[in-house]
Design a protein around this ligand. Structure first.
Ligand code: 0RA
Length: 682
């Protein structure tokens, strides 16, 4: 993009500037599915958060409008609207029509310390991918407005009266010609902004869901949410540990270093899990990076030093390992730096080497200070780490017998695995199926050339306690690990994975969601590489089969069912759902005619009136082999969700909350979510 050389003609510049974005949207926002759609929202809100981080904005309101558009309003300084002599354009227009101008335009003058790196593709990308966009700027007592269509201004910035507000409002309509779906997930939106609010201490992010009634969501959810955490990442750690038995207080360290700003918050718990989240410029670094490395090095060093100094570790004892000091640790590491480099498979690994020393120095200094000042807590923490070390040594022998080199390798593939004949992992798929009966249908229905089936018994997986390590000794899980072919622990080798599509196929009910959460958590903790490489999927079996005459359709949600019935001209109230395929409703000739109009000719003459039958599938086991193939397994027709690290992370959180060792929070979670229990599925 040669933005600099194209200031000669406005229109051409816009055309050249943003045309590539519409041509290849994936290059700019990753994809045009739901994920890409959400990216547009993140982008606009990120800019407002930048304004907040620069200290000029305290409130951000995100509205999901009833027409499908989204607006983001902040009370910052307002994007400048004065016209540049050279270009004849306002700064606002430059930001919204020039690639990469983003919130960073104006350079030094803007007073911005840092700016989001990964998502910082710029507001112009949002503009380009919106059928329309309206920008309102409130500055100096005046309101200014400019509108765009598909990235092109429909006119100049216009004065639009007086206002006593200050700030910027961007409202945009994602282009239906670009995106596969325009449906934003409230849950995804709320999760993201809750996290952003934690990371941007004090800033209020409100979400107003002003969309019309949707069957499931509206009965349950309120419409206005507001996240504001004066405690910042300290409050985040408190939140993450809500359901856990805690050791000591939440500790928070902050320091501005020449390399960048470092914030760390941590607290130990009596659990066996480690929950360490790292961020760079508010972007979650799921793959870690130098800031995380520095953190790990520092806590290992500091806790060992303290334990030695106070002779909690005896001379003969080995040092605590990095794993020992991370057992039961919950921490959030947030760094802000001028020029973040994001690397790795999913561009979520911080590549700036200087951040290792920056974080390490801060944590070394502040944590040892804290331990010195809180000897009681310090001793509890060290005791916990020593316990972890002992458990590690004791478990090593036991575990080695399960996962020692060769132990899994040498084992033959489990008997219940119906393997595929193909030996090329890139072509092979493994379906992990809940229950023997569904497993039977899947085995019959599959394409045995490239699809393998592993039935798992749900009941066995239904462990009460969050002891995944214990589950590794469970035969069902062992069978899974052997089937995958990759080993575990020190002998894990992802290159040996036997299937590049691993598909979790569970029922669309609470038990199914439970098992799915558990499997996702297992993959998240022990095989994250598999998720990072995009090998893990969730099958989407249909909820209903709707038939009318010879025509038949599988639908995957209540909304889709209603839409289909509407399309077919059927009065929804007259149709009864059954679990069998018998119930039918008359379709009148009139609607029948409406439906056939404009459709390709049908070969056989249609009956005058045909009947509509709806079958609801309660579980996979209710589908016969052919139905299961048609709807859920056939690569030509099926829908599968690719699991992201965020999905798995969320499952991990649900897993700890729902299956943790303390009862009270669990009850609270179930009570507040009882009506939405379906939303537990990821
Ligand atoms: C640079 C300079 C100034 C404002 C902004 C950026 C700005 C950008 C966005 C994006 C969303 N909301 C925003 N609010 C402000 C103004 C500098 C000045 O007035 O001195």
């Amino acid at each position: 993009m040669s933005a600099a050389s194209t200031y000669t003609s406005e229109n051409i510049q816009v055309l050249e500037g943003l045309e590539p974005v519409r041509k290849r949207p994936g290059m700019y926002i990753g994809s045009t599915d739901a994920r890409g759609l959400h990216h547009l929202v993140w982008e606009v809100v990120d800019n407002a958060i930048d304004e907040a981080m620069a200290g000029h904005c305290s409130e951000i309101l995100v509205t999901l409008h009833d027409d499908g558009s989204v607006s983001v309003e902040d009370n910052g300084r307002g994007i400048p609207v004065d016209v540049h002599k050279q270009t004849g354009k306002s700064a606002l227009e430059v930001v919204l029509t020039t690639l990469h101008a983003g919130g960073k335009f104006g350079g030094d003058a803007s007073g911005y310390k840092v700016s989001g790196g990964l998502h910082g593709v710029g507001s112009s990308v949002v503009n380009a991918l919106s059928s329309w966009l309206r920008a309102e700027v409130y500055r100096d007592g005046k309101m200014h407005v400019q509108e765009y269509k598909r990235g092109k201004p429909t006119g100049d910035v216009k004065a639009a009266g007086k206002t006593d507000k200050r700030g910027t409002l961007i409202r945009f309509m994602p282009d239906k010609d670009i995106f596969d779906t325009l449906e934003l997930s409230l849950e995804t939106v709320l999760t993201r902004f809750r996290q952003q609010a934690y990371l941007t201490k004090g800033v209020a992010i409100a979400v107003l869901d002003a969309r019309p009634k949707r069957p499931e969501a509206d009965r349950v959810f309120p419409r206005l949410y507001r996240f504001q955490f004066e405690g910042g990442i300290g409050a985040y750690v408190t939140h993450l540990n809500e359901s856990k038995e805690r050791i000591g207080q939440v500790i928070v360290f902050e320091k501005d270093t020449p390399e960048g700003q470092v914030e760390v918050s941590l607290q130990y718990t009596q659990t066996f899990q480690e929950c360490v989240l790292s961020f760079a410029n508010n972007i979650h670094t799921a793959e870690g990076g130098h800031h995380l490395t520095g953190f790990k090095a520092a806590i290992t060093r500091t806790i060992n030093a303290y334990a030695r100094q106070y002779e909690l570790l005896k001379e003969k004892d080995e040092n605590l390992t990095a794993d020992d000091v991370r057992e039961g640790l919950t921490a959030v590491i947030s760094v802000r730096l001028r020029d973040p480099q994001f690397e790795g498979q999913t561009k979520s690994k911080l590549g700036n080497a200087e951040m290792k020393t920056a974080v390490e120095t801060v944590v070394n200094e502040k944590l040892s200070e804290y331990l010195e000042e809180h000897p009681g807590e310090a001793k509890d923490v060290v005791a916990k780490c020593i316990l972890a070390a002992r458990a590690r040594l004791a478990a090593r022998a036991a575990r080695d017998s399960v996962i020692r080199k060769g132990a899994l390798e040498g084992m033959t593939l489990p008997g219940k695995l119906a393997d595929c004949s193909c030996r090329d992992p890139s072509q092979s798929e493994l379906f992990i199926v809940e229950g023997d009966s569904a497993g039977g249908s899947a085995k019959q229905g599959r394409n045995r050339e490239f699809q393998a089936i592993l039935p798992l018994r749900g009941k066995i997986l239904n462990v009460e306690q969050a002891r995944l390590d214990k589950m590794l000794a469970n035969n069902e899980i062992k069978a899974l690990i052997i089937a995958l072919g990759i080993g575990i622990g020190e002998v894990k080798d992802i290159a040996k994975l036997r299937y590049h599509r691993v598909v979790i196929m569970t029922d669309a009910d609470v038990d199914g969601a439970h098992i799915r959460t558990l499997l996702l958590t297992l993959f998240f903790r022990y095989f994250p590489e598999l998720i990072e490489k995009g090998y893990l999927y969730i099958a989407q079996p249909p909820l209903y089969k709707i038939a009318r005459g010879k025509e038949m359709r599988y639908v995957f949600s209540d909304a889709e069912k209603d839409a289909t019935l509407k399309e077919w001209g059927v009065n929804i109230d007259e149709v009864q759902e059954t679990e069998e395929e018998t119930d039918e409703t008359e379709v009148t000739e009139e609607t029948e005619e409406k439906l056939t109009k404009g459709k390709p000719k049908v070969q056989s003459p249609k009956p005058k009136a045909s009947k509509v039958g709806i079958q609801r599938y309660k579980g996979l086991g209710e589908m016969n082999a052919e139905q299961l193939w048609d709807t859920t397994m056939d690569p030509e027709h099926r829908i599968m969700l690719q699991v992201t690290m965020e999905d798995a992370e969320r499952a991990n959180l649900v897993f700890t909350t729902l299956m943790g060792s303390e009862v009270a929070p669990r009850r609270k979670f179930i009570q507040t979510h009882a009506k939405t229990v379906k939303n537990l599925d990821i």
